[in-house]
Design a protein around this ligand. Sequence first.
Ligand SMILES: Nc1nc2c(ncn2[C@@H]2O[C@H](COP(=O)(O)OP(=O)(O)OP(=O)(O)O)[C@@H](O)[C@H]2O)c(=O)[nH]1
Ligand SMILES: [Mg+2]
Length: 472
Amino acid sequence: MTAQHDPLTEAILAVCDRYDDVGGPEVAPATSYARARLTEPLRVAVVGRVKAGKSTLVNAIIGRKVAATADVECTKVVTQYRFGADEGATLHLSGGRPHIRVPLQDGMLPDRLPVPVDQISYAVVKLSSEPLRNLTLIDTPGLETTSAELEVVSRQSILGVGGVRQADAIIYLFRGKELADDVDFLREFRNVAGDVSSSGAIGVLSHADRYGSGPWGDDDSLVEATDRAAEMQLEHASDLAAVIPVAGRLAETAVTGVFTESHARTLARLRGLSEFQLQARENLDGVTIADVRQLSMLVGEYGLRYGREIAGGGASPVIDWMWEKSGVDQLHTLMRRHYVNRIPQLKAKQAMEQLERAAHNFSQRMPLRRMLSDARLAPALHPLEEVRAWELLSARPDEHELLGLVNRLLRGNTDQERVGLPPAADAAAVRTAALSAGDVVKQHLLAGDPSVTKSAAILTRSFAAINHRNSS
Ligand SMILES: Nc1nc2c(ncn2[C@@H]2O[C@H](COP(=O)(O)OP(=O)(O)OP(=O)(O)O)[C@@H](O)[C@H]2O)c(=O)[nH]1
Ligand SMILES: [Mg+2]
């Protein structure tokens, strides 16, 4: 579906036109930016602590080694990966200075940049990789960086203009146990950026192949990570739409084509070793320690332990196994469910908030703000209110009765789907279902909890509108 044909996008474009009418020529840059953002690919920022595995995950999603990864602090500037046939990088400097074009080095942003990193607001790397046609990925420096120089840069730039503030959605990586800092940051970006809240945020428990008792422990790390992710999902319901375990390195190795038949043969030769021998790197049956180290870099200790049995079949089954174990497929599914299927909603939300923020800078700020709040009440923008209800309800510790209703409303493409009826249901049946859903909702209008009352008010309008649309 092109953005122009989506009713919500159309409605926001109409709001942009009105913004121009009310605000006059000085608002043109704000509206042209908002229009452009509505039609470009969704922007997803990858955020988390230093060494959480953010760049590795970016590579895994793009299917190519585009971001440098290392055991030492690595990503220094916020980097947007966008689709473009003209591959290359542009550094956007702070203070409005002109951009600087830099050639890529081995397909990546060069290690040495022509200006100090604290002068760079963000970098844009254009690549002709297919996954970027529909998705712009934003890799960010780790939170709580170790060098003082980066400390200031990172928080500002991650939250700021090139980073989360400009993202339609985020992936938040936790490495192992989440720390108070992680939770603080999630809250911080909700407050400061405001643009992306729980509906657009997916949590990833990274390094899942090393989780819990570790790759050599009695329990399977991935299973332990899956259990922990499920708990985290409940604990962070107010900040994150879901939490899943991901072993990014397995995925990166699987999709970037670095795992060869020769690696598979070496890995297969480790089958006869006991776990102790392999872990301690003793009596390696003719395989050198250097070879095992190299394999471990590619498939991790988890891959050494469990992948060697599969390696007898060659590189391809190992690659399939790593991809399957990595959890990146599930991440894609979640991203489709939470982001891609809701691009118009996420983009509309972002555009409205951007226009609201920009209004403060213009002489007609009060009329602009009034126009925007009126627009929010119009039926065409009601889906945004439904997203708000979803956020309020999913932030509650319980699985509230209304949550199921709002989920269905947001996922449904037709009124039949929105009220839970089969496609063939006629208007009368839809009306009856909308009325009875409306009755359920009304019981919550006087609930003591303001988040429930507000959601119930929003859903009352949703079902009234469905009823109205289906009345002859
Ligand atoms: N075993 C294992 N190692 C991983 C995984 N993900 C990343 N790594 C490794 O962890 C190290 C850090 O990964 P990066 O992707 O550079 O982490 P980052 O969050 O981008 O780090 P900064 O940019 O410095 O904040 C690298 O050596 C990766 O190969 C994973 O899922 N499992
Ligand atoms: Mg990085």
